[in-house]
Design a protein around this ligand. Structure first.
Ligand SMILES: C[S@@+](CC[C@H](N)C(=O)[O-])C[C@H]1O[C@@H](n2cnc3c(N)ncnc32)[C@H](O)[C@@H]1O
Length: 411
């Protein structure tokens, strides 16, 4: 491994300690667990301007540094912009009680329209449980006449029960009402939606993402799935919402932060100076597949669902999904070239996270960085060891993986 000597520019005593922040969702590749390493690396090369979090995901960086530096946060997925807003944009007064009252009314009306038995009650065998699952899933064939039925139709009996989906639709409807009547501006909308993403994550029967939901194949998996089927999504929502409103009031200040949902190359075109933190995907899996249900909640656009062999695929993915060049072997080198040249054109410094499980070697990455950034930059790598969270890959949860940071500072 090529490791050049580390050069720190900011004296250690000037480094800001990351702000403790509440995490809202479970996210593959989240840097929450190594946020001290990430924050220190960025600060060690920072010399003014914005900190641009180019691939912000669950917005850990905005959580940690949003009270200390002006942040430009960006990700191609819309849900990321809403979560980042929670950490960056202060909210005005929010009446959570009346929001829940409206949601309850909407829930009751929508619930009354379902005539099949969707309750997870009174089953005494695996077979009986799976019949309930099937009745939930069959709602995809029902015609609904009211507007807010996207989740109950498309996702009942998947990661969530029909009951939980009815609540997702009802809370979304109550949030949208407040946007329409002017009670919620962007910050309040983003806080409420992010909290709904949180409630979805913690009631889902999946393994932390939405690539595949679990089937009840054995008694023990049935019992485990049923724990999630019984979770009251509405309670998860309201409890977290009230906590988040308080946290926001006590911790969030707008240091002229901005939030975009652009392709990284377009985001870099808007940047002038500052320090870019880049944490691109490092595996073949597309985030848009793992988190499609969150994107669908945010867009609420009744997407076409992917069809294979004449049937809708099990994961009920959106037909239109972003394919990242960082996850395609033939495009990954070019994607990094575009990243380095965009940083250079912006006149910015760069801190690039790298995990040694990646499909591009560190040597190749260093070669591309040196070729593209050329002599105008000092480039080096810093490393640390930590437990890697792969989420879903078997027997792989606590494998030792090296997390590295490639640093490039303008001379
Ligand atoms: C490793 S994750 C970032 C995790 C983040 N640092 C955190 O702590 O939560 C990579 C992110 O890159 C985003 N992404 C992938 N391709 C992109 C592109 N072309 N432009 C912008 N964002 C992209 C994905 O949506 C994903 O959220």
């Amino acid at each position: 491994m090529t490791t050049l000597a580390a050069i720190n520019y900011a004296p250690e005593e000037q480094l800001v300690t990351p702000r403790p922040y509440p995490q809202l969702i479970k996210y593959m590749g989240s840097k929450a667990k190594i946020i001290n390493f990430v924050s220190e690396s960025i600060q060690s090369i920072y010399n003014g301007g914005v900190v641009c979090d180019l691939f912000s995901g669950a917005a850990s960086l905005s959580g940690a540094l949003g009270a200390s530096y002006p942040i430009l946060t960006n990700d191609i997925q819309h849900y990321s912009s809403l979560i980042a807003s929670v950490y960056l944009k202060p909210v005005k007064k929010i009446d959570s009680e009346s929001l829940m009252q409206d949601a309850t009314d909407y829930y009751k009306k929508a619930r009354a329209k379902i005539t099949t038995d969707i309750e997870y009650e009174g089953f005494d065998s695996l077979e009986a449980f799976n019949e309930i699952e099937e009745r939930n899933r069959a709602l995809i064939d029902q015609t609904f006449r009211h507007h807010y039925h996207l989740f109950v139709k498309n996702y009942s009996g998947t990661w969530w029960s029909a009951e939980q989906c009815l609540w997702i639709d009802a809370i979304k409807q109550a949030i949208d009402k407040r946007v329409k009547n002017g009670e919620f501006k962007q910050a309040e909308y983003a806080l409420a939606m992010s909290t709904l993403l949180h409630a979805m994550a913690y009631s889902s029967q999946g393994t932390g993402h939405y690539a595949q939901y679990r089937d009840a194949k054995t008694e023990s998996s049935m019992l485990d799935i049923n724990i999630y089927r019984q979770k009251r999504l509405q309670d998860l929502f309201i409890n977290k919402f009230d906590q988040m409103i308080i946290w926001s009031k006590e911790n969030v200040t707008d240091l002229n932060h901005s939030i975009t949902t652009l392709d990284y190359t377009d985001c870099l075109k808007k940047l002038k100076g500052g320090t870019v933190y880049a944490d691109p995907p490092y595996a073949f899996v597309h985030y848009s597949r793992f988190y499609h249900a969150m994107e669908t909640l945010c867009l609420y656009d009744y997407p076409e669902l992917q069809v294979k062999g004449g049937s809708i695929v099990k994961g009920r993915y959106r037909e239109e999904r972003h394919q990242s060049p960082f996850c395609i072997r033939t495009q990954v080198n070019g994607a990094f070239e575009d990243l380095f040249s965009g940083v250079k054109k912006a006149g910015a410094n760069l801190a690039l996270s790298y995990s040694d499980t990646a499909m591009i070697s560190l040597e190749t990455l260093l070669d591309i960085s040196k070729k593209t950034l050329s002599s105008g930059y000092e480039i080096w790598v810093e490393d640390m060891d930590h437990q890697h969270m792969t989420m879903g890959r078997q027997n792989d949860r606590s494998r030792d993986v090296k997390e590295l940071m490639l640093l490039a500072r303008k001379k």
